[in-house]
Every structure is written in structure tokens, then in C-alpha cells.
Design a protein around this ligand. Sequence first.
Ligand code: URA
Length: 231
Amino acid sequence: MRLDKYIANSTALSRKQVHRAVKSGEVCINGKAVSKFSLTVAEGDKVTLDGAEIKRPGPRYFMLHKPKGYVCANKDEEHGTVIDLIHEVNSDKLQIAGRLDIDTSGLVLITDDGQWNHRVTSPKKHCEKVYHVVCAEKIDPSCIEQFKQGVQLESESQLTLPASLSIEEPGTQASLCIVEGKYHQVKRMFAAVGNHVNELHRHSIGSITLDPTLAEGEYRPLNTAEINSIL
Ligand code: URA
């Protein structure tokens, strides 16, 4: 990787600021001051800026407890975004692995690893997402079978893939596990059976469960087991 990209991707410095730092001799590779920002940083090279080591920019993975009222986007004119809640350098490079609606809360995975993101979100990967749902009306027990068989969503050509519904007492709440991520999927599934979702919260994605110690708006890096659990 080019030296200027290496530093810009690992720090809050812009490319211009990196170029200045290199030109003024503040940057060393393996202890030797360098003057060319176009140099290549090889595997195992130690890069320092003002004596402090700059670690190779690696892929980053976070879980966020999304509050209602935030949009799953990198930028928005009107609302706060989930990326605004991630206080990390180069947060503009982060991607959202599976969006939630503005009025949905719960687990959002955020990364700059495009392939990992694809494995979370591709319908072909059948990654399970579990939601807690509060409906306006009592959920008819026949929905368990209907969701298992697949329901017809408006303006979709195919039935939804088999989903597992578990109704909770007193009957307006449920846990729903789906393996797709169609636009407004959970709300549209309940609409298809004549109900309405009042509250929606995502609890887990694959075997990654929302950390109960995270308050709304808080996030933490994923641990290695969580990262590797997405196959
Ligand atoms: N399904 C929905 O309808 N909304 C979400 O935010 C997530 C899944």
C-alpha cells in the first residue's frame, strides 16, 4: 500500500496533511525518515509519525445498539445517522451491514470489510436475523405456518423464504427469524397477514447477539469469534 494511503487510512489526517508530514521528515519507515509519500509500505514494515507507530489499517467491525430516530445511512440532511454514532477515524469509510428503518431499534453491524458485509446481507447466504415485534393486533397462531410456508409481499414476484415465528403472551408480541433482508420486510410480512407492526427491534444477526451492556447509541468492536462467525 502507498505510504500516504496507509497513514491517511489509519489516522484522522487528510492526504494533504500526510504529504506535509512526510515532507517535513516526521514519518519513518523502519526507523529511517522518508521523504516520498508515494513509497510502498511492505508487509512487516514499521511506520511511525513523530515517533508513534501507525498500525496497518485493518478491517474494522463494530456492533451498534441503534436507537430509534437514526437512519442507516452514511449521510443524511434531515436525521442523525448510525455512522454519526461511531466515533472512529475515517468513519466515512464504514458501511452498514444490513439496514434498519428509522423507527426500528437494535443490532446494527458496521464494517469496512466489503466481503464480510456481503456475507451478512446476501440473501444467498441465508444469515438469520431475529427481531422482536410488537403488533397492533393479536397475532393469529395461523401466522406461524403462513410465515413458515412464505407469504406474498406486495410488489414482489416470489414468496418470502421460510421464517420462524414464535408468539409471546399476551399475543401481540413475537420473535421472528428471517433469512432475507427485503425492504421493510418484517412490517410487510405482518401487513400481508392483516396486522401492523408498532415496534420493531433487531436482537441478533447470525450468532451475533446485541450486547446487553450496550445502551442505545453505544457501540463496541466485534470480538474475533463474532467476526469469524459470519461465514
Ligand atoms: N424489517 C422491517 O420492516 N424494518 C426493519 O427495520 C428491519 C426489518
